[in-house]
Design a protein around this ligand. Structure first.
Ligand SMILES: Cc1ncc(COP(=O)(O)O)c(C=O)c1O
Length: 450
């Protein structure tokens, strides 16, 4: 490894960073992370902090999960790669598919289609949804509905159903036939409704209205995150996702649960769909499936959808989609070990307990810091603090000020993530109560510094 001076001098010089302006990365070089232990990361200067970002919503079991590291190393020695394209497979992926079938049985999901990450999983789900309808003779069902503020990755399909202009505008025109509906976001919504249950009903009514307008027979699927994550951690009222399920079923529209961040315990339940008592038709997973140690994902498929494909005799169900790394044996080995550890550690229980402490602590911070406009969370270890320069007017905070909060929090002991006016917290699910206090006290100092 090159020394610290070399790294600092060359930081961002010969690479472009995702989700950043190249000039900004040059002017404000990113933190160089060089090591990690447990839930802590350390930078090139030896500064160590609690990682309240959890890698990027993926390192649920922390950075020291030895069984996953061992499984990856052993699989690299035994069979580092073989494809699952028609005609071949590998042993690990067969075993993993059986494990996932058991794991997702309560969600009604019984088949897996493997991908290399979350955006791939979204793309796969959108494509399979259209194909499902074509197999059934409803070729006109091609449109997609989704929520404003939703995040579904960055492929053209995913960006087209995305609900945030930042990920869309510079890449338009996107896929035609995609329509975004108001999100159940109590702090800001077009209905001026602050009651979560009433807002959920209004959003459901907007969904019904849009379906009537478009014509149900033109719509393939509705895609949503059970708790909106990257868009600012927006947990809907408990009636919302069941309401979406009911409306979709009534109109023959598939429900795709984008659980790239919520599957495997994040919400305090094993999946976000289970958290709300909903069985989706397709579920996108990735990230924590390997604890972030190997790029991997799976689209889980409901039994009813699977039957339509498997019973097809027209040939239309042949899947013309897949990735070189679909079912990668090293990823599958990592996922097998990760699943076993995730279950052994019963991470949803800790996510719920630590999440409640974090949420309560953030609400307490809001009592002393006027810059906090809204605190969201209460469903496992995913929280957000929305900052405003004027509480009454809900004026979004400027970039420099929120950047200072982040910097001071980092110097005080916690890495937090900034997204627009939001500070987003998605720490590993193996966090301790002491770690929660470190995050809270670091943020307290951050808020006090502005
Ligand atoms: C809900 C959701 N869907 C899809 C994605 C895209 O995943 P990836 O970055 O692995 O492509 C993300 C990433 O954060 C996500 O949060």
């Amino acid at each position: 490894m090159k020394d610290g001076n070399f790294l600092k001098e060359h930081n961002a010089r010969s690479m472009w960073h995702p989700m950043a302006h190249p000039a900004d990365s040059l002017a404000n070089p990113p933190t160089i992370v060089t090591g990690a232990q447990g839930v802590r990361i350390s930078d090139v200067d030896g500064h160590e902090v609690v990682d309240a970002v959890g890698g990027l919503w993926n390192v649920n079991l922390g950075f020291s999960c030895q069984p996953i590291k061992d499984a990856i190393a052993a699989q690299l020695d035994r069979l580092p790669y073989y494809s699952t394209f028609r005609g071949t497979t590998n042993d690990c992926v067969i075993e993993l598919s059986e494990e996932l079938r058991d794991f997702f049985a309560p969600d009604g999901l019984t088949r897996a289609f493997y991908t290399s990450g979350g955006s791939d999983s979204v793309e796969t789900a959108l494509r399979l949804a259209r194909q499902y309808h074509k197999i059934r003779g409803e070729a006109g069902r091609t449109k997609f509905l989704s929520l404003k503020k939703g995040y579904h990755g960055t492929h053209i399909g995913g960006a087209s159903v995305n609900g945030n202009a930042n990920f869309r505008t510079q890449y338009e025109p996107l896929l035609p036939g995609c329509y975004q509906l108001p999100a159940p976001y109590t702090y800001r919504n077009p209905f001026n409704e602050t009651d979560p249950e009433r807002l959920a009903q209004l959003c459901l009514a907007a969904l019904e209205d849009e379906i009537a307008f478009q014509g149900a027979g033109t719509i393939a699927a509705f895609i949503m995150e059970p708790v909106l994550g990257a868009g600012g951690v927006i947990p809907p009222h408990e009636s919302f996702m069941p309401g979406v399920r009911e409306i979709c079923s009534k109109h023959g529209i598939l429900l795709i649960a984008d659980e790239v961040i919520t599957a495997f315990g994040r919400t305090g339940s094993w999946t976000g769909s289970r958290h709300w008592g909903v069985q989706p038709d397709l579920m996108c997973t990735a990230k924590a499936i390997t604890n972030g140690y190997f790029p991997f994902g799976a689209v889980m498929i409901a039994e009813g959808v699977a039957q339509v494909f498997e019973k097809d005799e027209t040939g239309r169900a042949a899947i013309g989609h897949g990735y070189t790394y679909s079912g990668h044996p090293v990823g599958a080995a990592a996922a097998l070990a990760c699943l076993a550890e995730t279950k052994r550690l019963d991470v949803p229980t800790n996510a719920a307990a630590r999440g409640a402490e974090l949420f309560a602590g953030l609400q307490k911070l809001a009592e002393t810091h006027d810059v906090i406009g809204d605190v969201r969370g209460g469903h496992g270890l995913m929280c957000a603090v929305e900052l405003v320069s004027d509480r009454a007017a809900k004026t979004p905070i400027d970039k420099a000020t929120i950047g200072k909060v982040q910097e001071v929090a980092y110097q005080s002991g916690a890495m937090v993530r900034v997204s627009g006016p939001n500070i987003i917290l998605s720490p590993p699910l193996v966090l301790t109560a002491e770690d929660v206090q470190v995050i809270l006290s670091s943020l307290d100092k951050g808020f006090a510094s502005i």
